[in-house]
Design a protein around this ligand. Structure first.
Ligand SMILES: NCc1cccc(NC(=O)c2cccc3[nH]c(C(N)=O)cc23)c1
Length: 229
């Protein structure tokens, strides 16, 4: 998260850190007791390893009472996701067991109505992604508020030039933005997850490359289907 600030501990008890060999790789969030939603691109550098999912954390390193690392039983990328574009950039992770829910570990409601969030709506995004252009990685969860920008503005020739589909949304990226390691985290508008952070053009903090999110509502049937299987 660039241009943000340290989150209040455990006010986002749905946040997950997807880890490989004890290292934070991507964000994610709890959508059901045994299911975490993240981004398919996060699986690109796994070389056959599987994620572990850290829940209940504020600090990645320090011992905390409700912090717990869960093994992953299954990792299911959306069938339409691929490494060449941002389409269908969603990943469902089934935990080995149901997460123990408490004040620090909670499910986040997600949007099922397929309607665009109005431009200028201020939403919030959190993550353990890099907090400086030099790539400094935080130990604590950071967050930032960002206004939604319309698809037309985001698709302008000088921005993402027509690549933003109706299953994506954008927020302004001037100074305050998502960055490396924030992928997979939720864009939360009025307490509901509307989008999932995708790396897009990988650029951070440049107003000419707004942040891109996969909208969740268009994928409700897929998510329900996988969780029911
Ligand atoms: N503001 C939009 C946004 C949202 C989330 C992530 C990112 N930026 C990256 O993820 C990124 C950035 C730089 C080098 C990188 N190398 C790799 C990689 N997987 O090798 C990713 C990156 C950007």
């Amino acid at each position: 998260i660039l241009g943000g600030y340290e989150a209040k501990p455990h006010l986002r008890p749905y946040m997950a850190s997807l880890q490989l060999d004890g290292q934070h790789v991507c964000g994610g969030f709890l959508i059901a007791e045994q299911w975490v939603l993240s981004a398919a691109h996060c699986t690109e550098e796994m070389d056959g390893r599987v994620f572990q999912v850290l829940l209940g954390a504020h600090s990645l390193r320090e011992p905390e009472p409700h912090k717990r690392l869960y093994r992953v039983r299954a990792q299911i990328p959306h069938p339409g996701s691929n490494i060449h574009n941002n389409k269908d950039d969603l990943l469902l992770l089934q935990l080995e067991e149901k997460a123990e829910l408490n004040a620090h570990v909670r499910v986040l409601p997600w949007q099922r109505e397929d309607r665009d969030v109005a431009a200028d709506t201020v939403c919030e995004v959190a993550g353990w992604g890099t907090i400086s252009h030099s790539g400094r990685r935080p130990d604590k969860l950071y967050q930032v508020e960002r206004p939604v920008i319309s698809r037309d503005v985001c698709n302008h020739r000088t921005r993402h030039d027509g690549t933003i589909t109706e299953k994506m949304m954008c927020t302004d990226s001037r100074k305050k933005d998502t960055c490396k390691g924030d992928s997979g985290g939720p864009l939360v508008c009025s307490g509901v997850a509307e989008g999932v952070v995708t790396a897009g053009s990988r650029v951070c903090g440049n107003y000419k490359k707004p942040a891109i999110y996969t909208r969740i509502a268009p994928y409700a049937a897929w998510i329900d289907g996988v969780m029911a299987s």
